[in-house]
Design a protein around this ligand. Structure first.
Ligand code: IMP
Ligand code: MG
Length: 170
């Protein structure tokens, strides 16, 4: 395991993102839509750094296929129980890799007529993009390596690490 982004660097970046969101949405109420499970650490820390009225909502999405490769087939395992119609929604994701998960999810969410919808991703791995999808807020751009920690898993493990690390095979 090689540390790529330290706990300190993550938390200071999360503060900056929270400040940016607070100023971009001044006077508005927002829905922070956390995509489980990977987005959970990021979403709760981010929520604490936003100085607005925030509703924290969760949705869980799973993609089928081998653990280290996105299959592109996305299934909504647990949907929202509140309507997002007319709401300002920010989707909080752990990482954008091929972009397929987010592409699918955004099409589903946009059909529900939110007032606006933006994406905030902790990590962006742009070299692996298969479909065009851009995040409005990005924590860090990472190289083409499999990373774990701060919510990101390998086989459901390592989500609890307070930093982001490169998973080495052995
Ligand atoms: P996409 O559909 O290819 O953009 O994949 C997005 C999802 O794949 C993320 O929400 C993660 O759950 C998972 N994922 C992609 N790359 C990594 C990685 O490097 N480490 C851990 N999970 C990853
Ligand atoms: Mg995952």
């Amino acid at each position: 395991m090689e540390i790529l982004i330290s706990e300190q660097d993550i938390l200071s970046r999360v503060k900056e993102l929270g400040a940016n969101i607070s100023s971009d949405y001044q006077g508005k109420e927002i829905v922070l839509l956390c995509i489980l499970k990977g987005g959970v650490m990021f979403a709760v820390d981010l929520a604490k750094c936003i100085d607005l009225t925030v509703k924290l909502e969760f949705m869980s999405v799973s993609s089928y296929g081998a653990e280290k490769v996105s299959s592109g087939i996305v299934r909504i395992a647990n949907d929202l129980d509140e309507s997002i119609e007319g709401k300002h929604v920010i989707v909080v994701e752990d990482i954008i890799d091929s972009g397929q998960t987010l592409h699918y999810l955004l099409s589903v969410l946009k059909a529900r007529k939110p007032a606006s919808i933006k994406v905030c991703a902790l990590l962006d791995k742009p070299t692996k993009r298969k479909v065009v999808v851009d995040a409005d807020y990005i924590g860090f751009t990472v190289p083409d390596e499999f990373v774990v920690g701060y919510g990101l898993d390998y086989d459901q493990k390592y989500r609890n690490l307070p930093y982001v690390a490169i998973l080495k095979e052995d």
